[in-house]
Design a protein around this ligand. Structure first.
Ligand SMILES: Cc1ncc(COP(=O)(O)O)c(C=O)c1O
Length: 340
């Protein structure tokens, strides 16, 4: 399907402009490329411009566009207490003059830090709930929505990670941006590598490249969530997003099974080990680029390892998506210091 066809399909959906300068830069990582014997570039989606930046801003361009088009005035979303998604949603909603309620899983603390501290600084209405899974927050958000409606407000609920077909449009739009930047830079990426968790980033990138430039392979590096759940979530999002766009696709679940890479979760989601901290130090000391310990540090470890094992062949041109999350260094500073 042509670039322009996808562009015109995407443009039909309500959206707001949140990404600073409307696109993020792609930088060549010269020192890392020399060390690894391949060409590696980084897409600076950590610089998307709202609060601490990151991949969620792209999803929010469409989710908040949808909320505004429906006349909603209050955004409700959820995540763990240090959720990047929750902070980004709060910052973006505030920027657009909307109220925001964050339902955060965890425990109240006398010394808030990291993103929880930033949630307070952007003035979010925070409800801490003592539940352990994202699923358990759904009825809690629905109850808050009902209460708001009784008080004459019009709420809009965004699920964990913004993982909906509308949110996924953000990363299909990002594929259009990358393909345009490839032409400007005179490069063609063989591989796109990124961290995957709730699935919208992977679904948008995989579907977008499949439709626009199928020779580029999209590798989602699992960061410790159960792999089958990630694959199910990405597969569901690909199909529901294609349906939303009213298009056919020939991506297969087998493609996802081969392109959702296990082995780099280091003991589970949120677990930080010496290997992850060493990777952050390695890239930081070569490039002055700061990765985070929950997502991008693990995804970069995976990228380097896949190159070492020749699963990504040496000499390939790789685009690593920096999906943000840097503040979690300050959330987990005690653990990180142990491995310095
Ligand atoms: C920094 C960062 N990178 C990657 C991801 C994973 O993105 P997705 O939830 O779209 O799979 C997240 C999700 O929270 C994130 O915060």
């Amino acid at each position: 399907m042509s670039y322009y066809k996808i562009k015109s399909l995407i443009e039909k959906f309500p959206q707001v402009n949140l990404v600073s300068g409307s696109e993020t830069p792609i930088d060549f990582l010269e020192n890392l490329s020399r060390e690894l014997g391949t060409e590696i570039y980084v897409k600076r989606d950590d610089l998307t411009g709202v609060a601490i930046g990151g991949n969620k801003v792209r999803k929010l361009e469409f989710l908040l566009g949808d909320a505004l088009s429906k006349g909603c005035d209050t955004i409700i979303t959820t995540g763990a207490i240090h959720s990047n998604h929750a902070l980004e949603t709060a910052g973006a909603a505030k920027k657009l003059g909307l109220d925001v309620v964050l339902v955060l899983r965890g425990e109240e603390t006398a010394t808030p830090k990291g993103n929880y501290l930033l949630d307070k600084l952007v003035g979010a209405d925070i409800r801490i709930v003592n539940v352990s899974t994202g699923k358990e927050t759904i009825p809690i958000m629905e109850k808050i929505a009902q209460e708001l409606e009784i008080n004459g407000k019009k709420p809009y609920i965004i699920p964990t990670g913004g993982a909906t077909p509308i949110g996924t449009l953000g990363y299909i739009k990002c594929v259009l941006e990358i393909v345009k930047q490839e032409k400007e830079l005179g490069v063609s990426f063989d591989y796109i590598v990124h961290a995957t968790s709730s699935g919208g980033t992977q679904a948008g990138l995989a579907l977008g490249f499949h439709l626009i430039k199928p020779t580029t392979e999209v590798l989602g590096i699992g960061v410790g969530d159960p792999r089958t759940e990630v694959i199910e979530s990405v597969w569901e999002l690909i199909n529901s997003t294609a349906k939303l766009l009213k298009i056919e696709h020939s991506l297969t679940k087998e493609y996802l099974e081969n392109h959702t890479i296990p082995g780099y979760g280091f003991g589970g989601y949120g677990k930080i080990t010496k290997e992850v901290v060493d990777t952050i130090k390695y890239v930081g000391s070569l490039e002055g680029l700061i990765l985070d310990p929950i997502y991008t540090g693990k995804a970069m470890y995976g990228t380097v390892d896949l190159l070492k094992k020749n699963i990504i062949p040496k000499g390939s041109t790789i685009l690593f998506i920096h999906t943000g999350g840097m503040t979690s260094i300050f959330q987990y500073d005690d653990i990180i210091r142990k491995f310095l």
